[in-house]
Design a protein around this ligand. Structure first.
Ligand code: KG4
Ligand code: ZN
Length: 411
């Protein structure tokens, strides 16, 4: 069993360079995130080459800041953990190469973490931190970790919903580690990708989720009746491999079609609505104002000044439909599995309507729900360090030849 259980986590899978120090998967000593939003915003999405370049620039100062904030040196660490995939190959490689060098130079074990597992552990980290706070006197000064007891808790159905993923996993504690069974997933775009694409076609900023979240409350969510067709078993693939980057990361054919998502259709439906209702010119006019200010509008006045009422109604209806579809399939899976606990995690889990409606529905059904804090919902390295803790205890270390796996699956 490792001594202090201090793990340095490194995350570079997409457009955030992040480093964090977490103790025993249960206490965040530091969490530093350098966002590349300003770099990618003018392109309306992540440009992989620019992401790698920005990671190269940021990785050393971000790791130094995480250690300084935690008040420790490299010699205090028990392990270095790094995201091995899924994600952008070049971006992942920056983190992996740096983590390998640190581990080798300081004779520390290297732990490879799946990014999706990291998002699930963001919820567990928050739970362990609350547990630590509520039982602090009993735990202080002993080698007992709150994660030891919490890991023994019941399994959970986890919806990982972000810009790259919309996956449903049954997460089960097993002998101090966790096992994951894929229950459902998107067959094309991820939900966050739909938020980003719809925001882009409406002339809003990148990433689109926070813009849509901020504006949706000013519109009528029932103004535009979007619908999602039931995905038919296997037929959607016709024997061909899935098309999009998010669809490549797991097999689909054996999954229950009731737990499959598809978000490419609603993007096209929004586009058609914009054209039919003459909202195109308004969207184009927004672009220069949005680019001048990379941050989502913070005030009612700013938000309303940018959009007409029909656009606000469209935004509200889009968000309402996406959240409704995520809920429908998640609760169908929970019911079929008899799951009593639901986790919703990943960037889209920051969405206010999503949190409110999932919470109301779980209460109505007598289930329990947990979301990460807003800071841990989007990409960060604390979740990577937390997910590495069970692996450190199991001495499950990465081989020296570890490399990036852009399509890494979790099962
Ligand atoms: O988890 P994350 O930081 O990166 C990936 O692993 O993809 O998620 C980023 C995604 C983006 O698509 C962004 O638009 C979306 O999360 N997002 C939101 C919100 N905040 C971020 N979507 C809806 N509502 C939000 N408040
Ligand atoms: Zn993510």
């Amino acid at each position: 069993m490792p001594g202090s259980g201090l793990i340095l986590g490194i995350e570079t899978s997409c457009d955030e360079t992040a480093a964090a120090v977490v103790e025993r998967g249960a206490r965040t000593l530091s969490s530093v995130v350098a966002s590349q939003i300003a770099t990618h915003a003018r392109y309306g999405g992540v440009v992989p080459e620019l992401a790698s370049r920005e990671h190269l620039r940021a990785i050393v100062p971000v790791v130094r800041a995480a250690l300084a904030e935690a008040g420790i040196g490299l010699s205090d660490l028990d392990a270095v953990a790094v995201t091995a995939g899924p994600g952008l190959a070049g971006a992942l490689l920056v983190g992996i190469t740096y983590a390998k060098a640190l581990a080798f130079a300081h004779n520390l074990p290297l732990i490879a973490v799946n990014h999706l597992e990291g998002h699930i552990h963001a919820v567990l980290l928050n739970e362990r931190e609350s547990e630590t706070r509520s039982s602090a006197p009993a735990i202080q000064g002993t080698s007992h970790s709150p994660s030891d007891s919490l890991d023994a808790q019941c399994s959970a159905l986890a919806l990982v919903v972000s810009g790259g993923h919309t996956h449903l996993y049954l997460a089960r504690p097993a002998h101090g580690t966790w096992s994951y069974t894929l229950m459902g997933r998107t067959v094309d775009d991820a939900a966050g990708e739909a938020f980003d694409k719809v925001a882009k076609l409406l002339g809003l900023g990148y990433p689109g989720g926070p813009w849509i979240d901020a504006l949706a409350k000013y519109g009528n969510p029932h103004a535009v009746p979007f619908s999602f067709a039931q995905i038919k078993p296997k037929v959607h693939l016709g024997g061909k491999p899935p098309r999009t980057k998010s669809a490549r990361t797991a097999p689909i054919a054996r999954l229950d079609p009731h737990f499959l998502f598809s978000f490419s259709g609603i993007k096209t439906a929004v586009l058609r609505y914009v054209e039919l209702h003459g909202l195109r010119a308004e969207a184009k006019a927004r672009v220069p104002r949005v680019l001048a200010n990379f941050n989502p509008p913070q005030t009612r006045e700013e938000a309303l000044a940018l959009c007409s009422q029909p656009t606000l109604d469209l935004i509200a209806s889009f968000q309402h439909a996406v959240v409704g579809d995520l809920m429908k399939k998640t609760f169908a899976a929970a019911e079929s599995l008899g799951a009593m606990r639901i986790f919703v995690t990943g960037g889209v889990a920051a969405n206010r309507e999503l949190r409110a409606r999932f919470t109301a529905e779980t209460e109505h059904r007598g289930l329990r729900i947990a979301f990460p804090t807003l800071a841990l919902s989007t990409d960060n390295a604390a979740m990577i360090a937390a997910a590495a803790w069970p692996r450190l205890r199991a001495r499950d270390f990465a081989p020296p030849e570890l490399t990036a796996d852009p399509s890494l699956t979790l099962s």
